[in-house]
Write a protein of this length. Structure first.
Lengths: 199, 199
DNA sequence: GGCACTCCGTTGCTTTAACAACACTTGTGT
DNA sequence: ACACAAGTGTTGTTAAAGCAACGGAGTGCC
């Protein structure tokens, strides 16, 4: 169990799915109430109606649950826009930026201010997922030089831009911002525009 | 398991509680959509995310689930008004009538018209619970003659009145109706008014 | 210091749920 | 008449969750 908390969503024991859901729901509720640091594993399991020993059968500690929750949340944000099934395009890259913006704002709504663990976990997880997604896109193109470097710079740039956007008072909509950010990210990708399918 | 679906609410395996809840929730949703008759056990378990074999570990069939759902629903309606913890009084009897009215209206909201199985199950279960509650009250008084007969007539009268009320177009509020019905029920109880604590 | 308290992470054992498979009944249509 | 689907109950086996209990670590308190 400890080896693979990687959700395949389908074909997974219904009991496991339920336990994860219940824990995650109790977790976010408690975070809204007390903040992440103040929460104990006892709190989470009591709220979820799950035995404490069962918690440890699924997650190493509350930090692992946080990571899991963030990972799954962002993955769903990606799936919702069907970006995993798609190829590289200007439009899909734009949607990816929007997805990052929206995920950051929704998680910030839950997070009591200045909980660094929250921020750093989000950053690491989102960048990792952006990286692997963009890398997959670039590898499908086959004309791109050093896709690893390009994916790295893209993931950092996208997260950095979205983070700055979210911390800006009175920021524009995610859609508008994405249009602004898009050329910068495309530049970072250092792709000849010929490779990019418009729309 | 088949012997005791009597919910004690507390001190019950969390897994059992969850299974019951999930089944009940899926059940009412499906009733709203298709009506009771059209539902199969497969439908319920599929919707609830519960294995079909597990269903049969808890309930004999969908009729048993219906009974369980009604029983629990009305029991909660009683608990909500703390009538189980109380003694007999004019006010508590009034609250009991209100509880019956409200329960009937909420369940009718779920029930597609003219499903007799629904109606008859509700009637039987509610009357039984009214009976045992009123009987307990009367036995506490100790001055009441033939409490069994009195409780029987009260349960039939209360359900009958409430049922008539619910089927009347443009009926008054349950509170108003309860005030009307109260003297009739008290008469049925054939108690000397001296025994009744006012409020 | 000693004491009470709370949380942590883990263990052995028990209870419950999942799952696949089975024989059986009840239509439905061709 | 026959296959065919779809639902019903039931079974044996396996995996997950519950549970009580443990030692250990930190915290406050007198």
């Amino acid at each position: 169990m400890l080896s693979k908390p990687v959700e395949l969503t389908d074909k997974l024991d219904p009991r496991v799915k339920r336990t994860h859901q219940l824990l995650a729901r109790a977790f976010v509720d408690l975070i809204k109430e007390k903040g992440f640091q103040a929460i104990s594993v006892r709190d989470i399991t009591a709220r979820a109606g799950i035995n404490r020993a069962t918690f440890y059968a699924h997650f190493q500690d509350k930090y692992a649950l946080l990571d899991y929750y963030i990972r799954e949340g962002f993955r769903q944000e990606i799936d919702k826009r069907m970006l995993n099934a798609c190829h590289f395009s200007r439009e899909n890259l734009r949607l990816l930026i929007v997805a990052v913006c929206e995920f950051i704002t929704t998680t910030h709504a839950h997070c009591v201010p200045a909980e660094i663990k929250f921020e750093t976990s989000i950053e690491a997880e989102i960048k990792a997922q952006i990286y692997s997604l963009v890398l997959k896109w670039l590898q499908q193109l086959e004309g791109a030089p050093s896709p690893e470097l390009a994916a790295t710079s893209a993931s950092w740039a996208i997260y950095g831009l979205a983070s700055r956007w979210s911390h800006t008072k009175e920021h524009a909509s995610a859609e508008v911002f994405a249009e602004q950010a898009l050329p910068l990210v495309l530049a970072n990708l250092s792709l000849s525009t010929a490779l990019i399918q418009n729309n």
